[in-house]
Ligand binder design. Structure first.
Ligand SMILES: Cc1cc2nc3c(=O)[nH]c(=O)nc-3n(C[C@H](O)[C@H](O)[C@H](O)COP(=O)(O)O)c2cc1C
Length: 351
């Protein structure tokens, strides 16, 4: 089975490895540091604004300095950095990597597959302590990336995921085992596999591990963390929403609300069903939808409130499992404990 132990590269990590997704605009220094401190792997979200990213990296460096955990290497920053390939400039990210030497860079959403190779090579040249993580949502894509980039980690993103992902997709329940089979058949064994999409509690963590993942990513669950940068009305919507399979939807219209969609063509995003989406389905013009969205954005709730929900509230199908605001460290403790209980229960049933 393809598997490169995650722990050799991230020595402070407690088992099972829990990773906070690099949610652009949400995952800042406080969340990344809190997850790191609790024995997980914390990522900063990628931002097109390189100055803001520089400040975030400076802030998180300050936060981790003085937190005494086993270090990945003398001068490595034990925090990961997200990168949205279609929206960020490679030379600017490389410059940041040279200065801050993050333990990982997570690549996502390229216009062309060849871009992943270019980014991987340049980042590796810039820092010998930075591991390459690539998030992808298909078996074919994962194999292509394993062959062309030899990433250290493949993040397999299932269709349940909150935020952006491939328009076509499968849940992790088939995506992970089929990808593992395909990689194994080709002898592509030197890669860690991390699961993402719909994982929001201990039982789903346990399920991902039994599917063959070496670690798990949570995005939506961390939207309820005290340390996440999130508008209170957005967070309230996450805590209130149940039955994510019915109350969230994958659509491209969410990327049209503020102007033309700039995401790669085969991407859409999963968000809470909002009035903008309902209007789109009814055939209301995008101009009208944008106008109402812009008006809602002028209010103190920014269009996230139940009464006038027009803005995109990115969330995965696991949103119904996110019920309470909590510190990231408590989320990690609870999820790890519940994963153990779920696995023990399964073992009892196995006999
Ligand atoms: C609010 C939000 C923002 C996200 N932003 C990014 C991003 O900037 N870059 C990225 O690679 N993934 C992003 N994602 C997707 C995550 O990497 C991950 O695939 C997803 O959160 C996993 O599914 P879950 O939300 O059900 O846990 C985002 C997800 C959410 C919910």
């Amino acid at each position: 089975m393809p598997s490169r132990p995650l722990f050799q590269d991230y020595p402070w990590v407690s088992s099972p490895a829990i990773i906070s997704a690099p949610m652009s605009g949400f995952a800042g220094p406080a969340l990344a540091h809190a997850v790191y401190k609790a024995g997980g792997i914390g990522f900063l979200g990628g931002l097109p604004d390189t100055k803001a990213l520089y400040t975030a990296l400076q802030d998180v460096t300050e936060l981790v300095t003085g937190t005494r955990l086993p270090q990945p290497g003398a001068d490595a920053l034990p925090i990961g950095l997200g990168a949205l390939l279609f929206a960020q400039k490679l030379d600017e990210v490389v410059a940041l990597v040279k200065v801050f030497r993050p333990v990982a860079v997570w690549l996502f959403a390229a216009h062309e597959f060849a871009d992943f190779k270019r980014w991987t090579e340049e980042i590796r040249k810039a820092s010998n302590v930075t591991k390459i993580w690539i998030q992808i949502g298909s078996v074919t894509g994962a194999v292509k990336l394993a062959q062309s980039c030899k990433p250290d980690v493949l993040v397999l993103q299932g269709a349940d995921a909150g935020g952006h992902g491939g328009e076509k997709g499968a849940g992790i329940i088939s995506l992970i085992p089929e990808t593992l089979y395909a990689l194994q058949r080709l002898g592509l064994n030197d890669v860690s596999i991390v699961a993402a999409g719909g994982i929001a509690d201990g039982s789903s963590v346990a399920a991902a591990l039994t599917l063959g993942a070496d670690g798990v990513v949570m995005g939506t669950r961390f939207l309820a963390a005290e340390e996440t940068t999130v508008h209170p009305s957005y967070q309230a919507a996450i805590l209130e929403t149940e039955d994510g399979g019915q109350t969230t939807v994958r659509a491209k219209v969410f990327d049209e609300l503020a102007g033309p969609n700039i995401w790669p063509r085969d991407f859409d995003g999963r968000a809470l069903i909002a009035q903008s989406y309902r209007d789109h389905i009814k055939g209301i013009s995008i101009e009208e939808i944008r106008k109402s969205h812009a008006e809602a954005k002028q209010t103190s709730h920014l269009g996230f409130d139940q009464e006038n929900r027009r803005a995109a509230i990115w969330a995965g199908t696991g949103v119904g499992l996110v019920r309470e605001k909590a510190h990231a460290s408590d989320i990690l403790t609870e999820v790890r404990q519940a994963a153990k209980v779920a696995l023990e229960r399964a073992m009892t049933i196995m006999g």
